[in-house]
Design a binder for this molecule. Sequence first.
Ligand SMILES: Nc1ncnc2c1ncn2[C@@H]1O[C@H](COP(=O)(O)OP(=O)(O)OP(=O)(O)O)[C@@H](O)[C@H]1O
Ligand SMILES: [Mg+2]
Length: 258
Amino acid sequence: MDKADPFIRARGIGKHFGGVTALADVDMDIREGEVLALLGDNGAGKSTFVKVLAGAHQQNEGVLEVAGRSVVFASPQDAAGSGIATIFQELALSDNLTVTENIFLGRELTTKVAGFPILRRAEMRRRAIALLQELEAHIPDPDRPVAGLSGGQRQAVAICRALNINARLVIMDEPTAALAVAETRKVLTLVRRLAERGCAVVLISHNIADVMAVADRMIVFRRGRKIAETTRPDTHAEELVSFITGAHPSLRVLEQAH
Ligand SMILES: Nc1ncnc2c1ncn2[C@@H]1O[C@H](COP(=O)(O)OP(=O)(O)OP(=O)(O)O)[C@@H](O)[C@H]1O
Ligand SMILES: [Mg+2]
């Protein structure tokens, strides 16, 4: 992979559910170290697109390249193996397990003793603490079950899990939708830290202020199509809203064509 190559290169991605076209002809490049926001009205196709990236859906049309290689992911595990981690809004944390156990869920460190796998608890705990510190996530006790954590702390645990699989792309689908102002700010700080570490971050959000605060680049979906692509210095909140609602003058021709 050339250094200038994007980590993800999607071309002509289409996805249908029966008669519904959820995605049509979507092209997208995603680079490491950038925060890319996906915007669009309800049902625009944002979640469907990231589910294709994450191996939860297979596209019906188009080509997906990861690190310069064409891929078809059969499952989210497959996508994780290529360094793509997804944090969905309905967070897949296990409430009754501790912070450390959640970070290592499905990837526990073990040693064999007399042929039996033994969990390396102390080492997992140390690594969990190091990850939490690196993100400056304020979680006092990695031995506590996650059930007692706030929404923002749960996001931090999910981000640590993504870092623990050495994700090169972290996808977050509406991570702050249910969070209060202070918690939202913490999660947005974590998003920037991920990008600074060289991760690509895809952030889906309906909150334009959040997007303007953290995203380097913005892509707007409408009715399954990518209708606008811009960068933070080149746009402003009102323009993004007009793309989302379809009121932007540049969209009139497009709307007539489809
Ligand atoms: N599993 C599915 N089966 C059938 N139709 C689906 C399925 N998933 C999504 N769709 C349809 O595909 C379209 C795009 O949905 P998607 O969930 O990607 O939208 P979205 O942009 O994420 O919206 P929101 O902002 O409301 O989350 C919608 O018309 C939706 O009804
Ligand atoms: Mg969605």
